[in-house]
Design a protein. Sequence first.
Length: 337
Amino acid sequence: MRETDASLSAHPPHAHDVLCEQARALYARALRDGRVAADAPHADCLRPFGLLHADPGVPGRLLPAAPAVALPRLLADIERRVAGHRALAARLAAAFEPFIRAEPVADPDSAAAHLTVLKGVPRIRTAVRQALADAREELLAIQPSRPRPRLLPHDEPWRMAEFVARGGQPRTLARAPVACAPPPRSHPLGPAVDGEARTLDELPPCLIVFDRRVAFLPADAHGEIAFEVRSPALISYVATAFDVLWRLARPLYREDAPPLPDQAISPVQLEIARLLTEGLTDTEIASRTGMNVRTVRVHIAKVAQLLGSTSRTQLGYLISRSGLLERRSPRLLPPDR
């Protein structure tokens, strides 16, 4: 018995709702002997659980409660406390409901909801590739003179070729080559790109706009961070700024165009040539002139053949140098419907 009492004396401190090992040993002894002394070590650990109670017939002695009675009583007490916490949670939820309703909710149409910060070159390239794959109509690009920041995948020219093959029409503002360099013979976006390019002495560092639905802008000088913009208002502003720069820019290519006799080009082709230099797409020219897109492209091909243009990139510049725009160009209006 002394060994048992000695083992019960080793008792680390614990919370009042913990049934420690020493208390379990004392309760087992009380069940086995039918009683324990009131001053038995660790008896206080059993009293919060109601596992010992005073013997009314013998002072100084404690009797154990039957396990089959004690356990349901303890579980019922726990259930009452849980129910009390649930009721408190319901009261708190009801009290906070008006505050939650009054809190401003983020507007899904706000500019912040349409602005994504892209960190790291791999993430930027993935986002730009996806936007390029989804684009079908137009690409507006400002290309820097330095290697960075560059947003378009220059080492994958087939992506741009696929965009052009889908009918996409790129317009690019790029820095002019230095005076000692030969004039460029391919598009700044790649040799497979058939699109017009112009230049200005001063340009913003970089910009891409796909179909006027998504834009990418660099956020640092090293090309490690970029903004993906899908706000219609912001994209409209950026595209309008690009159009202003485009009208101020001059063609990037330097080839001279041969002069054409007056009878070499029809009034319709003359008007289409003028609209081409304004940066309009084939679809926009068709809408402006009341033709279908296929007919417009036939006329464009005829003008390109007359000027000796090998790509649409050259065509705008060659039209300007040929003197065509100095002639009287009738403003064609869509036919009445």
